[in-house]
Design a protein around this ligand. Structure first.
Ligand code: HEM
Length: 510
């Protein structure tokens, strides 16, 4: 089919959907929203903008629930604690679905992963399997040495820079991706940049706003004629070949251990999944196939790398921007570990670094890595905030706007970790709907322990071992955000570090 034909079909489809919308819309009370343009609807409000910011500005005009149209697709945006609670808790069964995006079909092994899978028994079980076997607190703990080694590696690189500016952004993303890589399959392979680039492209195509994803019934045909399927197949081929190699290599290594009469110990996520596969245990309700293993590893990377990296880079940005906080944090860490040359996670667990935890919460409040969470889809029609939300609508919760809303936060733009030390302050567990950086309800992030463990270790070491300042000639921390569904820094955070020499421990008299 040539391009003219494709465009003609597209215009006809859009015209039909608009007519259907006009016919349906009259008698029911739909959420308010900005005026839509013919054919494209409200696309101009979300494309090429910082989506969380433009949606907040629109909510200031239209209210805490509004409806936009992305082409023919209704997009409902929620911007209040009360309505977030309604979507993520009270009506969670209806709103916890994910749209069946083309990317999930092709790159998610037929929606076999967790992030892209629509609500189903399979999704419930694979999510449960990951929570019990792969992301449990015990398993996260078993990756302690990896986090320690990866952070130490960067600490040494910073020392080696001898006070010259270092790219903190690159370092913290390196820590998170190398840690995920080693805990997923035991090594950092030379082809990791290719793999990561493919994952980044997968994330880039998962907004749900690509034309084939806006016409669920015609998704396959439009995917073919628009060329999106071809692009996705090519990305899939790239990372699938690497995953096949990873699984085969590990299988051979395990077989060699068995042949040598040695015990096979589950050292990483692929090991855990291979053990389940070999046991033939079907109690999860599905056989663990190679594609299941690949889909789980894909989720580790897609869900865990960018989010952990961006949370840490923003935390460092805020700390350096707020010298009072930096001094107080360093004082807490340095007085706790006085005289120690290296601080391990065991040391960290045995101490109670309260202020470090408050700083992490405050950084994540101001800079949630997924500012509008991961888009959901309503299963049936529902009433929300006194309006009717049609079945099959896309739903986003603007968690970023809610966590800066002066109705719930005093001086919300201020970086003040102490606010989390007050009675009744929110925690990370998805129970306070003014603070949902990991989502809440059935779809809440299952990897939050994992993400926080890495962030905590990185911040602890960077603050213990170095004093930080802006490079000569720079007098302000640039806080500009990059466009995209995740909020990252637009420009890398460049800082100079002076090594801190730990004071000798106090010698007790006698
Ligand atoms: C600071 C780090 C992280 C942040 C801020 C974060 C945030 C989120 C958010 C907002 C969601 C969507 C929740 C919703 O739809 O209500 C999510 C889902 C998810 N996250 Fe995370 N995440 C982080 C780290 C991780 C890590 C380290 C992993 C895995 C190793 C992970 C795996 C997942 C998965 C698999 C889902 C999909 C859950 C589902 O759809 O059932 N995340 N995350």
């Amino acid at each position: 089919m040539d391009e003219t034909m494709y465009n003609a079909i597209l215009v006809a489809l859009l015209a039909v959907s608009i007519l259907q919308f006009l016919r349906r819309g009259g008698s029911r009370r739909r959420p308010p929203g900005p005026r839509t343009l013919p054919v494209i609807g409200s696309v101009h409000h979300v494309v090429n903008t910082l989506v969380h910011r433009s949606l907040r500005d629109l909510a200031a005009v239209h209210g805490p629930i509004m409806m936009l149209r992305i082409g023919p697709m209704p997009l409902v945006v929620v911007t209040s604690r009360e309505l977030a609670r309604e979507v993520l808790k009270v009506q969670d069964p209806n709103f916890a679905n994910r749209p069946r995006l083309l990317v999930g079909g092709i790159c998610g092994y037929g929606w076999a992963d967790i992030i892209f899978a629509p609500t189903s028994d399979y999704w419930r079980q694979i999510r449960k399997l990951c929570i019990h076997e792969v992301l449990s607190p015990k398993r996260v703990l078993s990756f302690q040495h990896i986090r320690e080694e990866e952070v130490r590696r960067q600490v040494e690189a910073i020392r080696a820079a001898g006070g010259a500016p270092v790219n903190v952004t690159r370092m913290v993303y390196d820590i998170s991706s190398r840690t995920i890589s080693r805990s997923s399959f035991g090594e950092v392979r030379p082809d990791m940049p290719v793999f990561q680039d493919a994952i980044k492209r997968v994330i880039g195509l998962s907004s749900g706003f690509n034309v084939p994803d806006l016409f669920p019934r015609l998704r396959e045909v439009l995917g073919e004629v628009s060329g999106m399927k071809r692009k996705l197949r090519e990305i899939h081929r790239t990372f699938d070949a690497i995953l096949v190699d990873i699984i085969e290599k590990r299988r051979r290594e395990r077989a060699a251990l068995v042949a040598a009469g040695k015990e096979v110990v589950d050292e990483n996520v692929v090991d855990v999944m291979l053990t389940l596969q070999e046991s033939g245990d079907n109690s999860w309700g599905f056989p663990v196939q190679d594609n299941t293993i690949k889909a789980v590893v894909l989720d580790m990377f897609a869900g865990g790398t960018g989010t952990s990296g961006s949370s840490t880079e923003w935390a460092m940005s805020e700390i350096v921007r707020n010298p009072r906080v930096m001094r107080k944090l360093q004082e807490e860490i340095r007085s706790t570990f006085r005289g120690k040359e290296t601080v391990t996670e065991t040391d960290l667990r045995e101490s109670d670094l309260k202020y470090l935890k408050l700083v992490m919460k405050e950084a994540i409040r101001l800079h949630p890595a997924a500012p509008v969470l991961v888009p959901r889809e309503s299963i049936g029609a529902a009433e929300l905030g006194g309006y009717e939300v049609p079945a099959g609508s896309r739903i986003v919760v603007n968690a970023w706007a809610i966590s800066r809303d002066p109705r719930y936060w005093k001086d919300p733009e201020e970086f003040r970790p102490e606010r989390f030390d007050e009675d009744g302050a929110p925690n990370f567990h998805g129970l306070h709907f003014e603070f949902t950086p990991f989502g809440a309800g059935r779809r809440m992030c299952p990897g939050y322990n994992y993400g926080l463990a890495g962030m905590q270790m990185a911040l602890l070491q960077l603050m213990y071992h170095f004093d930080w300042r802006l490079p000569p000639g720079v007098d302000e921390v640039d806080m500009e955000e990059a466009m995209g569904l995740g909020v990252r820094r637009k420009n890398p955070l460049m800082l100079c570090a002076t090594p801190y020499v730990p004071a000798a421990p106090a010698v007790s008299a006698g």
